[in-house]
Design a binder for this molecule. Structure first.
Ligand SMILES: Cc1ncc(COP(=O)(O)O)c(C=O)c1O
Length: 419
């Protein structure tokens, strides 16, 4: 007889053998002391460490006005929305946030989801299942949620080499001109930190009459004059049809969304199962996210400080002989290329140095591309940066050189358009 438990246990053991089994650290998050947090070590003793893998890029999850807005709206409206959008779950806060998002992305309308993952899966599947013969043309490095969205329908999929517009053009040429097609890509790739050639992709889409879909999850809040993302920075907001974003990273709250033309939004709203049949976001979450976006729009200086920190981090890594993958974004990956070693280095960093860097293993990255992905935030200070670089050198390279407390002065802050 088939033994369900032993089958599943065997699958788990496979992950453990490969070094890619996931162990969760129970983070006792502190709004006051961020990027420091507390945790209990194996001996159940409370320790403190510096978080180097939070996506709270601008520290908005700890911003007093955002917390205040969330608390105040929860007090007025209660905790949950208690309904799907169609059945009492559309509040004034949902509409207010959708209006803000649409304006921010220079689109006619926006639609909220319970995460960008849900937004990707639902939107891609809803378009593909309803537009006859729609072909997906997808970048090979697209996020798991995009792959899952495409996998869930029978439509043909064509994969182009990462950021390779020559290959993309070849694929477009191979498809009959009157065939519906959707080019799906990201603005900032979450693991490699590469930025896509949006302008070139948009031009090809126009030439071949393809619809375009961009995941701006790691661009929103961090690029462009008002923080609307890579499209805003490149003055390309009207060139791409559908934008996907998250409220959970730079915005520091929770949820996801798409922004597009009124007809696209009305269509996904009307046909998208993953939108229709689920309880809507809590009103307090919507109003806190709205507040956070307003603050992000008004405070371009925060983005400058953030990008200045990225520069400081990379300088410190270089000075401490820590190899990292070069890119033009804010994501800094230190290649380790072995799952077990990646975990072992991460454990030592936490236990010996008070540095929390989650190992990035398969399936988040392909086997052999395991890395430590460093996410800096606006609140990491030079002392944190130096400690991290020194710790990585010590654990990764086995060096124990003198602790450098100061970095050389860096140049002028990076302007929004210069990156
Ligand atoms: C590129 C990309 N898209 C989508 C998502 C999903 O975002 P959310 O956490 O809002 O569901 C992530 C999350 O890590 C991501 O990195």
């Amino acid at each position: 007889m088939f033994s369900y438990d032993s089958f599943l246990a065997g699958k788990i053991q496979q992950l453990k053998d490969a070094g890619s089994y996931r162990y969760f650290l129970e983070v006792n998050k502190s709004a006051q002391h961020f990027p420091h947090f507390y945790y209990l070590n194996n001996e159940r003793v409370q320790r403190s460490a510096v978080n180097w893998c939070s996506n709270d890029y601008l520290c908005m999850s700890t911003h007093e006005e955002v917390i205040g807005k969330l608390s105040h709206t929860a007090y007025k409206s209660g905790t949950g929305s208690s309904g799907t959008r169609n059945i009492s779950g559309t509040t004034i806060y949902h509409k207010e946030l959708e209006t803000t998002l649409a304006r921010w992305h220079k689109k006619e309308a926006a639609l909220l989801f319970n995460g960008a993952y849900a937004a990707n899966v639902t939107t891609l599947q809803t378009l593909a299942k309803n537009i006859p013969g729609l072909i997906f043309i997808s970048d090979e490095h697209n996020h798991a949620s995009i792959i899952e969205g495409m996998r869930g329908c029978k439509n043909e999929k064509k994969i182009f080499r990462h950021n390779d517009t020559v290959h993309l053009e070849e694929i477009l040429q191979s498809i009959p001109a009157d065939h519906p097609k959707l080019i799906v890509f990201e603005s900032v790739y979450s693991m490699s930190g590469t930025i896509s050639p949006v302008k070139e992709i948009a031009a090809l889409a126009k030439q071949f009459n393809a619809l375009t879909y961009i995941d701006e999850v790691h661009g929103v809040g961090l690029y462009g004059d008002t923080g609307a993302g890579i499209l805003e920075r490149g003055d390309l907001q009207t060139e791409i049809d559908i934008v996907n974003g998250t409220l959970s990273k730079a915005i520091g709250v929770f949820g996801g969304y798409i922004a597009a033309s009124s007809v696209v939004i009305d269509f996904v709203r009307s046909y998208g199962s993953g939108f229709i049949f689920t309880t809507s976001l809590p009103p307090a979450i919507c109003s806190a996210a709205n507040k956070s976006i307003q603050l992000i729009q008004q405070n371009a200086g925060w983005r400058n400080e953030f990008h200045r920190n990225v520069l400081l981090l990379r300088r410190a890594l270089q000075e401490n002989d820590v190899v990292f993958n070069q890119n033009d974004s804010h994501i800094t990956a230190v290649p380790v290329k072995d799952a077990n070693r990646c975990r072992q280095v991460a454990n030592e960093l936490l236990e010996k140095q008070g540095v929390y860097l989650q190992p990035i293993n398969f399936p988040t990255v392909p086997v052999g591309e395991e890395c430590l992905r460093i996410i800096i935030t606006a609140r990491h200070q030079p002392k944190h940066i130096n400690h991290l670089a020194h710790s990585l050198n010590k654990i990764l390279n086995g060096h124990n050189q003198a602790y450098r407390t100061e970095l050389p002065a860096i140049g002028t802050p990076i302007g929004e358009g210069e990156e």
